[in-house]
Ligand binder design. Structure first.
Ligand SMILES: Cc1cc2nc3c(=O)[nH]c(=O)nc-3n(C[C@H](O)[C@H](O)[C@H](O)COP(=O)(O)OP(=O)(O)OC[C@H]3O[C@@H](n4cnc5c(N)ncnc54)[C@H](O)[C@@H]3O)c2cc1C
Length: 291
């Protein structure tokens, strides 16, 4: 590993002061992605700025206006243990619980999972399905964008020099809404996803027809994507085995995955349809008026 200058900020103000006038710094959260890159010399940072001590960015809040917020430094373990998220964002809890090993989940953060911009990041499809908005903050202002607009390609985002991802906001699930997450990795533990998917649906409590749907997929394109054609197919309909089958075929035909060391494109296409089917069923079953 190369040597670098290391700074640690205890507050956001301190972090921005340290970032000022520097262009070649690397932000560090839990370090679970970065340290691998440093060790393998994929990255040779000159300056590392550790955000890990910024307490405000480690908190999860139910805002009381149907909104849940998570600081970017919230770890996967915190997500799994949060009663707020278990109740209001179960697909995210499931996604975090499937990240790596307990050691990785104890250190790895939601913000790191997002900003690493891997197409296979597990929490991202769950968050997109849950309608996540993110706050990108610099010394002077905060801009809020939908999470799905952050990604430009593998490892590339719209995050600018001087900006930090500070917060993620979600609309808390209501009783007639449900979410689901499914992942296929190569092995049970420590597996990076071959395909992963997050689903959100809202069901009309009288007619049982689906009146809102979001389906997000990871590992099937250079960035996590939504399959809007499959979402539209669900709208206005009651879930049935035929509808699920149709949704799975639309998903398989809409994506253009690639062959890589983890999987063949053809296999990814079939798996994606099947995983979406399961996640839609999970979301439907969790819309609590049914249960
Ligand atoms: C053995 C192993 C298994 C893994 N398994 C999985 C898995 O199953 N699923 C999965 O999705 N991931 C997996 N990962 C990847 C990794 O653990 C997660 O992506 C983790 O959430 C990264 O968070 P971190 O805090 O460690 O990020 P870091 O390594 O600290 O940072 C990652 C990137 O994000 C940037 N960054 C971090 N925080 C911010 C911020 N607040 N604002 C702006 N930029 C920021 C950093 O500059 C860096 O580019 C695995 C990693 C390892 C080593």
């Amino acid at each position: 590993m190369n040597t670098f200058d290391y700074y640690r900020a205890a507050t956001l103000v301190e972090a921005f002061a340290l970032m000022r006038d520097k262009t070649n710094y690397t932000l560090l959260a839990g370090g679970t992605d970065l340290l691998v890159k440093f060790n393998e010399k994929i990255m040779n940072p000159k300056i590392v700025l550790d955000l890990g001590l910024i307490k405000d960015m480690r908190e999860i809040h139910f805002e009381g206006i149907g909104q849940v917020t998570l600081g970017a430094l919230v770890t996967h373990t915190q997500v799994m243990e949060s009663q707020i998220l278990q109740k209001y964002a179960p697909a995210l809890v499931k996604a975090s619980s499937m990240v790596g090993s307990p050691q990785i989940r104890n250190r790895g953060t939601i913000g790191g999972n997002i900003c690493n911009a891997s197409p296979a990041a597990d929490t991202v499809p769950a968050l997109i399905a849950l309608g996540a908005q993110i706050e990108l903050t610099n010394e002077k202002q905060v801009r809020v964008i939908p999470l799905e607009e952050l990604f430009l390609g593998p490892g590339r985002t719209v995050l600018q020099t001087g900006e930090i991802l500070t917060k993620i906001s979600l609309k808390a699930l209501k009783p007639d809404q449900g979410s689901g997450f499914e992942k296929l990795g190569k092995r049970k533990a420590l597996a990076i996803s071959v395909v992963n998917t997050g689903v959100f649906i809202e069901v009309d409590s009288k007619t049982r027809a689906i009146n809102e749907a979001r389906i997000a997929l990871g590992s099937v394109a250079p960035t996590p994507i939504r399959i809007k054609k499959a979402e539209s197919l669900l709208l206005g309909k009651v879930l049935s085995p035929t509808l699920l089958k149709d949704v799975a075929s639309v998903v398989a035909s809409e994506i253009k995955p690639i062959d890589d060391i983890r999987s063949k494109a053809e296999y990814r296409r079939d798996v994606a349809g099947e995983l979406v089917k399961r996640a839609v069923e999970e979301a439907w079953n969790k819309a609590s008026f049914l249960g």
